[in-house]
Design a protein around this ligand. Structure first.
Ligand code: HPA
Length: 296
């Protein structure tokens, strides 16, 4: 059950500052990179050197993770020498939190000095060329709850975070996408690396066949229940974003199909690709800021 304060708090500047101050006084690490681990991809956090972990339940103003497969802790450490903070488990609309609460960690990261966000998720493949186990670099998103007014930036705007009407046509950083393709080629991962459009829905029920067909026709390549809200808040606050979807199942598009989406399949696919995903992300992190123009 969510407590009253969990349902009423809205991730104000002051709340985020309290949380950031608490974290700063409990760790010496000053992260410039933030990572969000999706379902079954918590192993990414295990790559951090000299890790310092804080349970969500111990962090002031943080929601608690309620989903099986999400550890529910914030891990600070270094990845290839770079100070990072990693969410091992994230928050979703379907858990019943206000959308501003789901995205509170992005604002806390901003106040901690994070400049680059790397987000991962598990998603259903709508693109008929995608196979289970493929990894999709997000080039764009469709914010379906946003069409109904469910947007983390709805309500009064706090200019200390960002502008009232933030641009979203450049939500997913072009250079980081290119870097992902370059690194994937070096590591021999190009045959399973894709690039496409992610559509977010509220969940927790998986989509019907008619819904999958509709989303595919609207231009979505993959469908899931996360990431987009976080990206909107991170971009509002001026952080660069890069996101990956692990295609954990193929969305059912055919009335004769016997396939059914289920959460266990999502977790199992994550476990199988976990090491490769971790290598892809850690190699990308090691290259941030290392090109000639210092612009990655
Ligand atoms: N639909 C929505 N969310 C998901 C799916 C899916 O098929 N797979 C993993 N997350």
């Amino acid at each position: 059950m969510l407590s009253v304060s969990e349902v009423t708090s809205r991730g104000s500047y002051e709340e985020c500052q309290t949380t950031a101050d608490w974290l700063r006084s409990n760790t010496q690490i000053r992260p410039t990179v933030g990572i969000v681990c999706g379902s079954g991809m918590g192993g990414l956090a295990e790559m951090l050197k000299d890790p310092q972990a804080f349970k969500y339940s111990d962090i002031p103003n943080f929601p608690k993770s309620t989903v099986h497969g999400h550890a529910g802790q914030l891990v600070f450490g270094t990845l290839k020498g770079r100070p990072c903070v990693c969410m091992q488990g994230r928050f979703h609309l379907y858990e019943g939190y206000p959308i501003q609460k789901i995205t509170l960690p992005m604002r806390v990261f901003k106040l901690l000095g994070v400049e680059t966000m790397i987000l991962t998720n598990a998603a259903g493949g709508l693109n008929q060329d995608y196979k289970v186990g493929d990894v999709m670099v997000l080039k764009d998103h469709i914010n379906m709850p946003g069409f109904a007014g469910i947007n983390p930036l709805a309500g009064p705007n706090d200019d200390r975070f960002g502008v009232r009407f933030p641009c979203m046509s450049d939500a997913y950083d072009r250079k980081l996408r290119q870097l992902a393709h370059d690194v994937a080629e070096e590591l021999g991962y190009s045959d399973f690396l894709r690039e496409g459009v992610y559509c977010v829905l509220g969940g927790p029920s998986f989509e019907t066949i008619a819904e999958c067909r509709m989303l595919h026709r609207l231009g979505a390549d993959a469908v899931g229940m996360s990431t987009v809200h976080e990206v909107i808040v991170a971009r509002h606050a001026g952080m660069r974003c890069f996101a990956l979807s692990l295609i954990s199942n193929r969305a059912v598009m055919d009335y004769d199909s016997e396939e059914k989406a289920n959460h266990e399949e999502v977790l199992e696919t994550g476990r199988q690709r976990a090491d490769q995903l971790a290598r892809l992300v850690s190699t990308m992190v090691s290259r941030l800021g290392n090109d000639n123009n210092n612009s990655f």
